[in-house]
Design a protein around this ligand. Structure first.
Ligand SMILES: C[S@@+](CC[C@H](N)C(=O)[O-])C[C@H]1O[C@@H](n2cnc3c(N)ncnc32)[C@H](O)[C@@H]1O
Length: 262
């Protein structure tokens, strides 16, 4: 296992994102449903279900930022969205996501089944694969460029991205800001973070991470959100390497509309 020494800095632009191996990543993290993901899905599905209960929203657009090789954040937005953007920087992950749009792999069914424990998902009146195919658009791109699309999406997710793409705390905070600024005032969001991660493998290649705890996650979100919660989930069996737990945050975008800072 390779870990960087504490002094090493690796910025997002320095990383070879094309070397991300989506199949190895899925095999390691999402081929079978892990207890931690089940807990996260439980929280996120109930948050979105509560947000939309009793509302008849107009057209809803969702975005999953840094979708990588994980479909469950998009599945969590599926019942409400006419359109879901999967924004992803790695060309290898873009190819993986494109391969899933037409008919996603069977391993994702176990994630959908957990979502269906909430009636909003169970009540979907069509095959989730057909709805996914209709709604999802894969967008190669950089989350730092989302500043050009302030307030565009009506719900959003960002899972294991801001802290898992750089060693820089400044880039971590900027990543969270760019994600939240892309959401319209009042938009529900969910985000997940590795706690105190020291980096990770996706296949042969080792990728950087920024060491954050619940306080840093809270502080990065707080200027851009109204009511929100953060929850720490303890690491169970060491399925994912080099971290101490996961942090889930969920709530709604506030109506702050200032110009992003550099
Ligand atoms: C640890 S993976 C998380 C993938 C997925 N969201 C998940 O829940 O497993 C980090 C992802 O962020 C993507 N990424 C890194 N830098 C990015 C950037 N600047 N803009 C968009 N995506 C980026 C990587 O390619 C990778 O897919």
């Amino acid at each position: 296992m390779t870990f960087r020494s504490p002094g090493d800095t690796q910025l997002n632009a320095d990383v070879s994102w094309a070397s991300f191996d989506p199949i190895a990543y899925v095999d390691h993290n999402y081929r079978a449903l892990q207890a931690e993901d089940e807990e996260i899905i439980h929280i996120v599905r109930d948050h979105f279900g509560d947000h939309f209960r009793g509302r008849t929203p107009g057209p809803v657009s969702g975005i999953d930022v840094g979708a990588g090789a994980n479909l469950y954040p998009a599945l969590a937005m599926l019942p409400w969205c006419d359109e879901i953007t999967l924004l992803e920087r790695s060309s290898a992950n873009v190819r993986y996501l494109e391969s899933q749009v037409g008919s996603y792999d069977a391993n994702w069914d176990q994630f959908w089944r957990v979502l269906c424990k909430n009636e909003a998902y169970a009540a979907l009146d069509m095959d989730p694969r057909a709805k996914f195919r209709d709604a999802v658009r894969v967008e190669p791109g950089n989350l730092f460029d989302l500043v050009r699309h302030e307030g565009r999406w009506s719900m959003g997710t960002m899972f294991f991205v801001a802290e898992s793409m750089t060693t820089s705390h400044k880039e971590f905070a900027r990543g969270v800001e760019c994600f939240l600024r892309a959401l319209a005032p009042g938009a529900p969001f969910a985000a997940a973070f590795m706690e105190h991660s020291r980096g990770y493998h996706a296949g042969e290649h080792f990728f950087p991470a920024c060491d954050v705890g619940e306080l840093e996650v809270y502080e990065s979100l707080e200027p851009f959100v109204g009511e929100f919660k953060t929850m720490r989930l303890k690491a169970s069996a060491a399925v994912r390497e080099g971290y101490s737990g996961m942090i889930v945050a969920y709530g709604r975008r506030n109506s702050d509309s200032g110009i992003p800072t550099d």
